[in-house]
Design a binder for this molecule. Structure first.
Ligand code: X8Z
Ligand code: ZN
Length: 610
């Protein structure tokens, strides 16, 4: 794969390189596989991919910020061109696969022969079909809405509106309707998705991969076996903490919704404050451990203080600049989409785009005035700053140390948005008293965002890997989804799913084809980064109280990581930042140690698990 376009999410990655109309040595099939020829081939890739990236990004941006048949047609055609470029250049690159040269050349050749996001069959008609399916699925997600009533009485709600219900309503049936409503957008995607799997796998096999999922697992500077083991190890490190949180949540929820769940069973998926039950921060009111004299209401303050979308993004930028990082370029402010337009359909799911190498970076978001979106803004700016700091590297090295790093930067920064920080920037007029109870309250807020996510981050690609490998066919897409939801998250669908349901399609990353295990890795890594940055900032004290805001030393560490892109194995990047070469949940567990003790005490005598 490699270059991560768009959000990284553009999904059609570049395998590689070279082309028809570039240098002679790189494009003739009789090329002798010398280091010089390989280098020339790489150079030609750089030139051609740069031009094509911009074209694809612009077409994709135009479609995702204005979904019409016309924009989709253009986006799809450019994606098709991109996939053709990938196929062609992959073949060419394979000739140089074993060439020995300097470390950079060998690493570049590794990327140029590695698996793409979407391995396309080397057949024009099939490639066209694949590109069209992908554009169509993402467009269907973006345009999705749930309508009720007829004629004059007809009223429709989009994902933002339905999510608002999940967030704020505490009425079981109202929640259920919004939850089911959003899941009416995805059954239509199912035939497209199964054809997508077939076509991508055909392309994967042509490239010598077992299947598309095996290709995705090969991106991590380690064997696919070691990668799978690492994911399992990391998950086993955090699973006990998740189970403790789940146990406590189930208890609180059964008090709130009496008779709606079994004391030892899974939690109905619509009660957790989020459309996918992936983050539970919106039910803090139900989960708050202790009464407090301080009412933390960041949402309310944002509204009260007139934080519009721009002001919220500026607040995000100012965190990065407080670390000594550069300001965002003017073009960022003029080219980004910050709010949902009223006159057209867009894909609201937040993303960060690296349109050109000369700093045309953008975000696309439908910002709402709430804390959740303020945090997401920091997440997106993490991507943007990665782009800005690695953009002078060759194209093949422009990417996160691995994709989990790319996802972790902004989140690592947002871990520094402590109560003290909110107080410092005026979004909290009084910090809670310094005592054990307030500490546990603060930890719970964070755990609902971070710990609740872990099994979700772990399961999404498990589903996809099982689908790509053929272990699970279309008839069992939905059944397998719910089996994994229960196995990992301990949540279940609140009702029997209709036969035509395709619930995976109701989560952006499935129709958008964005790999997901990266977020699981990110949620582990961001705590390792936070710890290292707090050390650099000279912070002494418990990790959960540290904010690196204003620390130039932490900024130096961060910029050093960003500037490396993926020019070195991720283990080197991690070591440079944290002193260790292994991903580990140690920092996360250290961070949440006080909460863990609290949960163990609360859950005593209860039957936890499901
Ligand atoms: O998709 C995202 C980002 C864009 S890369 C907003 N996230 C995952 C999700 O929303 O499902 C961030 C955390 C998990
Ligand atoms: Zn992201």
């Amino acid at each position: 794969m490699k270059k991560q376009i768009g959000l990284i999410l553009l999904s059609l990655s570049v395998v590689s390189a070279c082309s028809k109309n570039t240098t002679k040595s790189s494009s003739t099939s009789e090329a002798v596989a010398t280091p010089e020829a390989a280098k020339a081939f790489w150079d030609s890739y750089e030139k051609e991919s740069e031009v094509l990236d911009v074209k694809v990004n612009l077409a994709q941006w135009a479609a995702m910020t204005n979904i019409t048949d016309e924009t989709e047609k253009v986006a799809s055609a450019s994606n098709e061109e991109y996939m053709a470029f990938n196929s062609r250049t992959f073949k060419e690159a394979m000739k140089y696969k074993d060439v020995k040269g300097d470390a950079a050349l060998e690493r570049a050749l590794g990327f140029l022969t590695s698996a793409p996001y979407v391995p396309s069959p080397d057949n024009d008609a099939k490639r066209k079909e694949l590109a069209e399916i992908m554009t169509k699925m993402e467009g269907m997600y973006g345009k999705g809405e749930y309508c009720t009533g007829d004629g004059d009485k007809k009223s429709c709600r989009d994902l933002g509106e339905l999510s608002e219900v999940l967030k704020s309503s505490r009425n079981y049936d109202e929640l259920l309707e919004a939850w089911n409503g959003w899941r009416t957008v995805s059954p239509q995607m199912k035939p497209l998705y199964s054809r997508f799997v077939e076509l991508a796998n055909e392309g994967a096999k042509e490239m010598g991969l077992e299947d598309t999922g095996a290709g995705w697992r090969s991106w991590y500077d380690m064997s696919t076996e070691d990668f799978s083991q690492t994911v399992d190890r990391l998950y086993s490190e955090v699973e006990p903490l998740y189970k403790d949180l789940h146990c406590y949540a189930r208890e609180q929820l059964s008090q709130k919704y009496p008779g709606k769940m079994k004391a030892d069973g899974a939690i109905p998926a619509h009660l957790l404050g989020n459309m996918w039950a992936q983050g539970w921060e919106n039910i803090y009111d139900i989960m708050q451990p202790y009464a407090s004299k301080t009412n933390i209401d960041i949402d309310g303050e944002l509204v009260k203080q007139g934080y519009d979308a721009i002001k919220m993004v500026k607040a995000g930028e100012s965190f990065f600049t407080s670390l000594g990082m550069k300001s965002l370029p003017d073009s960022f402010w003029t080219n980004s989409m910050f709010v949902q337009p009223e006159d057209r359909d867009v894909v609201c799911h937040a993303s960060a785009w690296d349109v050109t190498n000369d700093d045309d970076v953008r975000i696309k978001m439908c910002i709402k005035q709430n804390e959740e979106d303020l945090i997401t803004i920091h997440h997106e700016l993490g991507h943007i700053y990665y782009y800005l700091y690695y953009n002078n590297l060759p194209n093949v090295f422009q990417g996160g140390a691995h994709d989990g790093f790319h996802e972790a930067i902004g989140d690592a920064i947002a871990l520094s948005m402590t109560n003290d920080y909110y107080n410092k920037i005026g979004l909290l007029d009084r910090v809670p008293e310094q005592n054990e109870k307030e500490l546990i309250n603060a930890q719970m807020r964070r755990a609902l965002e971070k710990i609740a996510f872990l099994p979700f981050g772990r399961m999404i690609d498990q589903w996809r890997w099982d689908v790509f490998s053929g272990k699970v066919g279309p008839d069992d897409y939905n059944g397998h989804w719910w089996k994994l939801r229960k196995q990992f998250q301990g949540v279940e669908s609140p009702n029997v799913r209709p036969a035509e349901a395709f619930d995976p399609g109701a989560k952006y990353h499935i129709p958008g084809n964005t790999p997901y295990v990266r977020y699981f890795l990110s949620f582990i890594l961001q705590f390792q980064m936070h710890k290292a940055l707090c050390d650099a900032a000279g912070f002494e004290g418990p990790l959960n109280e540290c904010s690196i805001h204003g620390s130039k030393e932490a900024g130096e560490k961060m910029m050093a990581l960003l500037s490396m892109g993926k020019s070195k194995p991720w283990q080197d990047a991690l070591e440079a930042m944290t002193g260790t070469r292994d991903m580990s949940a140690g920092a996360l567990l250290e961070y949440f140690a006080p909460l863990r003790t609290f949960l163990a005490e609360q859950n005593k005598g209860k039957q936890c698990g499901w």
